[in-house]
Design a protein around this ligand. Structure first.
Ligand code: HEC
Ligand code: HEC
Ligand code: HEC
Ligand code: HEC
Length: 489
């Protein structure tokens, strides 16, 4: 080619490149202006009614409303409230003496949060004359009415009020005001416990980057926590770090125990749902990927790019989630998730069975006269083991978020539970116990609950009465106070 022709090719290339840049920046500017005009609304501070926000932001609202859909199902997860105690009755035994043994279902979409916490047997069946066994703290991660009520009544006061006394106040499911500042529409932290945990470790959460905020909004709720002291003050146990051993050390130092196990008499720690903590230890977090990148992907509609607010399994939407960063097919990517889950859940199931056995075995030794000083080292091992089992089990996404960490923690848990068994075998020999230990039949939820002495008929009837009589009164009151949306207001 002649020199002149080369020149034309180069000029053309530059022009094409320049045009590309121009369209790109036009697109960006259009997106920006769409974004900016979005803060132009009349939404008042602490507006908890999602419908009011929806009038200004219909796309985000409509996609958010899809969290009501319960039809999605993957190999291990679903958007429905599957009865996990029925699927794995060993859990009834692991929580004997604690309300989780009555009722434990899989999480579903955010739209169901308020409804599900009313319905669970764990909140009891409060009436006008009886209270709930739970404090107000239990509502904290369910609703945008929470920041509103905390502002009205004070944070400490909110936590220590009985759960039932806030029933007509907490009525709108997890929504816009939980994550957004209505004035700027920026992401914001509305839950004091997260801000306080950062503050205690010398960090200022208001300095978090935009990408960090795309995970921190979730960390308001998807974390390990406990109700501290008589005031039931919601606290994240992160002062010594966020790893399973560091949180355990925090609880051990505070001499904290959630409940004493009914069979083995072990002082048990109940894990909540440490998704944010465990996620940090996986490759995606280490490469700067945020929760929203997979659970709230961008979506395009008629040239407008917006955030899909249908928070659910990323496998429901692989082309907008994983495939933004990975080139593999949907089948390969789903296969990557399932392979990790297969290994983690295989290990979890073994540990679960071993733990159920050691609880019964410990009871057998107590019943045959083994004394506290001999049992103490065994109970220490069971406490450590169950804490590790629960930490991974309660973190619903751990098997994919951080598969190596999940397997490490479960393997340690299995090791401690095996050691507990070995120690108990020695005690059995030392005491020359002639009776033989046998496992009771716990092959279904009902059988396991009967074995630990729960009267489920009574529990269920009381709950039905509560749902029929008390909840409608709460809703009526909420309507009168204007806390619930109605087309007229
Ligand atoms: C669980 C937290 C959460 C909830 C609840 C939530 N959002 Fe968002 N929202 C986000 C995140 C994360 C983004 C992405 C922000 C970013 O990266 O700048 C976002 C972005 C937005 C944006 C900016 C434009 C866009 O689509 O990216 C608007 C407007 C918005 N949300 C409106 C709403 C409305 C209306 C509701 C209630 C119906 C709502 N959000 C509920 C987390 C939430
Ligand atoms: C205000 C507390 C709160 C915030 C903020 C929050 N969640 Fe949730 N999330 C919950 C609760 C509670 C449930 C279970 C609801 C139920 O089962 O009724 C849940 C359920 C889920 C589920 C299960 C959905 C399904 O279809 O099964 C996923 C996934 C999830 N959240 C991810 C996130 C992500 C990602 C963020 C941040 C963008 C986030 N959540 C922010 C409290 C919260
Ligand atoms: C790289 C993608 C990715 C990121 C980032 C991510 N997740 Fe997940 N998450 C998944 C996958 C995949 C699953 C398993 C879904 C399934 O099996 O259907 C999952 C499962 C979950 C579940 C359980 C859902 C259920 O129905 O039980 C929750 C809750 C959750 N993630 C929350 C979070 C939170 C909170 C963060 C940030 C701290 C986060 N995720 C970050 C991919 C991701
Ligand atoms: C925002 C970008 C992003 C998204 C979205 C994303 N990933 Fe990744 N993924 C990464 C990065 C970055 C790595 C680390 C790769 C590296 O550094 O070489 C990674 C690593 C992986 C790995 C290898 C991890 C290992 O265990 O060694 C798998 C498998 C994977 N991703 C699957 C998925 C799946 C499945 C989804 C959707 C649920 C997903 N990713 C969503 C960016 C992403």
């Amino acid at each position: 080619m002649k020199k002149k022709n080369w020149l034309i090719v180069v000029i053309l290339a530059i022009v094409t490149f320049g045009l590309g840049l121009l369209t790109n920046s036009i697109m960006e500017r259009r997106a920006e202006s769409a974004h900016l005009s979005r803060a132009d609304n009349n939404i008042q501070p602490f507006e908890a009614r999602n419908e009011i926000w929806g009038e200004a932001y219909p796309r985000e609202y409509q996609s958010w409303a899809k969290t009501a859909d319960t039809t999605f199902r993957s190999k291990y997860m679903s958007s429905n409230n599957d009865d996990l105690l029925e699927e794995r009755p060993e859990m009834v035994i692991l929580w004997a003496g604690y309300a989780f043994s009555k009722d434990y279902t899989a999480p579903r979409g955010h739209m169901h949060a308020v409804e599900d916490v009313r319905h669970t047997l764990r909140t009891g069946a409060p009436s006008d004359t009886s209270k709930s066994p739970q404090p107000g703290t239990c509502w904290t991660c369910k609703s945008p009415d929470v920041p509103r009520l905390m502002n009205e009544m004070g944070v400490a006061n909110f936590y220590k009020t009985n759960w039932a006394d806030l029933g007509s106040g907490v009525v709108n499911p997890i929504g816009c005001a939980d994550c957004h500042d209505p004035k700027t529409m920026n992401l914001t932290i509305t839950r004091p416990a997260l801000v306080e945990a950062f503050h205690r470790s010398g960090k200022d959460i208001s300095k978090a980057t935009h990408q960090e905020m795309r995970s921190l909004v979730c960390a308001q709720c998807h974390v390990e926590y406990y109700f501290k002291g008589d005031e039931k003050y919601l606290t994240f146990p992160w002062d010594d770090g966020k790893k399973v051993e560091e949180i355990e050390a925090y609880y051990d130092n505070a001499k904290f125990t959630d409940f004493t196990h009914k069979l083995s008499r072990t002082p048990i720690l109940k894990a909540q749902h440490p998704d944010y903590e465990i996620f940090q230890l996986g490759i995606h977090a280490q490469r700067g990927v945020s929760c929203a990148d997979c659970h709230m992907p961008y979506k395009s509609e008629g040239g407008i790019k917006y955030t899909d607010h249908h928070v659910t399994s990323p496998l429901a939407n692989i082309n907008n989630t994983c495939q933004v960063c990975h080139r593999e097919s949907e089948a390969v990517l789903a296969g990557n998730v399932y392979e990790r889950q297969d290994y983690v859940y295989g290990l979890r199931n073994k540990l679960e069975k071993q733990l159920a056995m050691v609880h019964f075995y410990a009871k057998f030794l107590w019943d045959n006269g083994v004394k506290e000083p001999d049992m103490k080292p065994v109970l220490d091992l069971i406490r450590k083991s169950q804490w590790r089992w629960d930490f991974i089990t309660a973190s619903h996404g751990a098997a994919f978020h951080a598969p190596i960490e999940a397997q490490r923690v479960l393997a340690d848990g299995l090791y401690y539970a095996m050691q507990a068994e070995t120690k108990m075998n020695s005690l059995n020999d030392k005491m020359k116990i002639t009776a033989r230990f046998t496992m009771p039949d716990i092959s279904s939820k009902a059988k396991a609950q009967a074995v630990i002495g729960l009267d489920m008929q009574k529990e269920n009837t009381a709950k039905e009465r509560f749902m029929q009589n008390v909840v409608p009164q709460w809703l009526q009151k909420a309507k009168e106070k204007g806390a619930l949306y109605s087309a007229k207001s």
